[in-house]
Design a protein around this ligand. Structure first.
Ligand SMILES: C[S@@+](CC[C@H](N)C(=O)[O-])C[C@H]1O[C@@H](n2cnc3c(N)ncnc32)[C@H](O)[C@@H]1O
Length: 294
């Protein structure tokens, strides 16, 4: 299988017209935020954001497989003393467009900048909204398991009577658990809070997300050889993550300099992979080639 990393310059609304229906397994992206960075790559006013986003989301819906996922990393700004509601409006509009709002992950930025405002504290998290076309979608939960850690050492040491049988929540939440099931296990499923530091080292883009972020969703929501799309690709972090995990990818950005940065990133990974000794477990990079169109 030959791995492909394609970078296209243009508005994703127009570029995506070239792609067939249901091509992609995952769309993971961080769009231009409302009214932010207007000088760098064109801010969209918060009140126009939903109207701007919806035609693009309709294209995302068309090019996504029925088993696929769309992960949208976004954060609303505060304006005139309160948080703007355009993200909430966008979620409602996307649901009307046909998306299921399957989950909301929180990216906790472990190393956010210090700061102080009179009515709030510094931002230390962003939303990663998970949309799907259907209730059944591809999800490899095993791929993102985490070490059981200290919780197991403390909580599991002293199991009570309620812990060794399935115990229905005392607050009648309907949530039942049998903690003893987790005895002697090394790994647990993660929560929906992702603790990841921002990467100051990415100098090619002023708003790049850390590579660990797309990597986590690519592992969870795709298999090797699948197709990943980042329609607002910036410096190509998603493409780099996809390639290092042996997935095909397409990135789109309006700005030529970001497209160049993205191409440079993936050709770097291609070279790294080519220089690695062959691994038996990886199928997808067997016939790795260096031709990166776009
Ligand atoms: C938040 S940045 C993405 C950064 C990226 N995640 C990274 O790690 O480098 C959003 C990007 O969307 C691009 N952009 C803005 N409008 C666009 C459009 N209509 N189509 C494609 N890209 C667009 C901007 O040039 C910008 O690079």
């Amino acid at each position: 299988m030959k791995l492909v990393s394609e970078v296209y310059q243009g508005d994703c609304l127009e570029v995506l017209e070239r792609f067939e229906d249901e091509k992609f397994d995952l769309i993971v992206t961080s769009p231009p935020y409302a009214d932010r960075r207007a000088k760098t790559y064109g801010g969209i006013r918060p009140e126009n954001y939903v109207e701007w986003f919806l035609p693009r989301a309709a294209e995302f819906l068309r090019v996504l497989k029925p088993t696929g996922s769309f992960v949208l990393n976004i954060k609303e700004k505060a304006e005139k003393g309160e948080r703007h509601v355009f993200v909430l409006e966008l979620i409602l509009a996307l649901r009307k467009q046909g998306w299921l709002w399957t989950e909301e992950y929180i990216w906790h930025k472990r190393n956010c900048y210090p700061g102080k405002w009179p009515n709030r504290f510094r931002d230390a998290w962003e939303r990663c909204l998970h949309f799907t076309r259907n209730r059944k979608f591809k999800m490899n939960q095993q791929a993102v398991m985490v070490p059981m850690g200290e919780w197991a050492d403390t909580r599991l040491k002293s199991l009570g009577r309620n812990d060794v049988v399935r115990f229905d929540s005392q607050v009648k939440s309907g949530f039942g658990k049998n903690i003893a099931n987790w005895l002697k296990r090394d790994m647990a499923y993660p929560t929906n809070v992702l603790h990841m530091a921002t990467e100051c080292g990415n100098r090619n883009h002023s708003a790049a997300f850390p590579r660990a972020l797309p990597e986590w969703f690519i592992k969870l929501l795709t298999d090797e050889g699948d197709w990943v799309l980042d329609p607002f690709a910036g410096s190509g972090t998603t493409l780099q993550a996809a390639l290092s995990l042996a997935r095909n990818s397409v990135g789109i950005d309006t700005r030529a300099e970001y497209c160049d940065a993205a191409r440079a990133k993936v050709s770097g990974v291609q070279l790294e992979l080519l220089n690695e000794p062959p691994r038996r477990t990886r199928r997808a990079d067997r016939n790795l080639s260096l031709d990166i169109p776009g």
